[in-house]
Design a protein around this ligand. Sequence first.
Ligand code: ZN
Length: 408
Amino acid sequence: MPDLSCRLCGGWRLEVFLSLGQLPLADAFVSAEDLGEPEPRYPLDVAFCLDCALVQILEEVPPQELFVDNYLYFSSYTDGLLAHSREHAERLVEERGLGPDSLVVEVGSNDGYLLRSVAAAGVPVLGIDPAPDQADEAERVGVPTVREFFGEEVARELRLQGRQADVIVANNVMAHTPDLNGFAAGLARLLKHDGVATIENPSVQDLIERCAFDTIYHEHFSYLSSTSVAALMGRYSLTLNRVEEFPSLHGGTRRWWVSRDDTVEPSARDALAREREAGVDRPDFYRAFGSRVSVLREQLMGVLGDLRRDGKRVAAYGAAAKGTTMLNACGIGTDLVEYVVDRNPHKIGRLMPGTHQPIRPVETLLEDRPDAVLLLVWNIADEVLAQQEAYRAAGGRFVVPVPEPRIV
Ligand code: ZN
């Protein structure tokens, strides 16, 4: 029995269905000077709550260590995400009739990638994000930023200053918050009476069905479903009004609309019904996942091993957090994959956590011409394959690891 209670309902009936071993922190990229220092590793065990159906990891690494000290993720380096966010922002401004007297708050505003489009439309904005470099960048592009972790306390302070939000956007941040209840209470407190919050996160149903085990890492405390989001929000008198689905974003993203209005639109009713039908709210849905992950790991090691035995050189694309899980959970060292390329200049020159492949600029692929590239960021496969047309035309191939390894 784990010594933690459920982070949503407080119940103790947590059933572990996957253990990925002792893994380094997914974004703790190693600098050359740090090499030789011991890297902290933490267990990564995933559990299902038999009482409220929330999927969650048991280990709780302090958020400061995860999102401030080691955080190099800048939203603006992902083209597909930018287009998706801009479209959402424009629609919110229009649908909610926002203007100069409104306020749009983004929790986890990162480098201001979304709010700058809202600000450009003449609507006041406020970002909330504790990561200092990202907040600096946001302020440079005109997005004032509160440098704190979001929760009930920040919401209370803003209300004391007379600030409440017409719209709160929380993209890929609720699952990163250990205190889910504090997060939901903060939303309820910060929203104006007729305000609306939109919450985006990958869906646990897609994670399980696509065998996307590499999206499990210490930064992701919870793995959400429409069922668990509705249960959480209900505790704070917020209703899940609408559900939108984006199957190709981050390997399957949901956008949950919540507010004090108790209208349940057909999209939300359908989403909840489909989850019940698939069994997302029951433990059987998760029980076979561990063995499916083992099979995928063996297949991938087989593909990479065959390439190396044929004398082929293999690199990887995407020094993202999920890459750390994939490389470390499979045990893919520098003997199999020589280096990892990435577009984010902040990561170049560092080493992957745990497995220590050096991170190089994307242009390296064309110059060095490795025979194959393991696509660690399979969630943006279309974007990467299009961008790497020249490398592929010259004979380079990509290994896409999930839902099962294939060479393209
Ligand atoms: Zn629970």
